[in-house]
Ligand binder design. Sequence first.
Ligand code: IMP
Length: 174
Amino acid sequence: MAERIATMIDAQKIQARIAELGAQITKDYEGKRLVLVCVLKGSFVFTADLARVIDRELRVEFLGVRSYGEGTSSTGVVQITQDLSKPIEGEDILIVEDIVDTGLTIAHLLELLGTRKPASLKVCALLHKPARTRVEVPIDYLGFTIEDKFVVGYGLDWSERFRNLPMIGVVEPS
Ligand code: IMP
């Protein structure tokens, strides 16, 4: 199948914005050691690039979450498929998420990780689709606000496809 992908945010723009986020995070976490919690699978590309522009001591943890079925609409059910490898009590946690859509996933993760008594708990999301908000969640660091379109690329998938595209795009009906 050869669907056409219309570019929404090109690779250069993504990298430029991530550099800005990294600089802000570096400033805000002065004197701290942070833990990046990469929300799998969609955030693996974003986390890899973000980690490299944060000039602070950090470690990376992975949290497996499933919130979507095979289609493009939210089931509203958030399932943990892989937990963190270590306790996070007393640590400065930054959740790294590809996109905040309904907000259900981040709301669930904030509640779950909050019970583990971290010193701080913040959210960094590359994309936000405010038109689809079902629960308001705090986004401490945000890359881009986008319109209500299903996007792929830069880690984001459509039934597991297109994660390897360097840009964020929209699948055009063929
Ligand atoms: P939320 O719980 O509705 O905020 O959804 C968060 C998760 O749904 C994201 O981490 C993505 O995995 C997935 N998702 C939401 N919107 C899109 C999209 O436009 N493209 C690809 N995945 C999406």
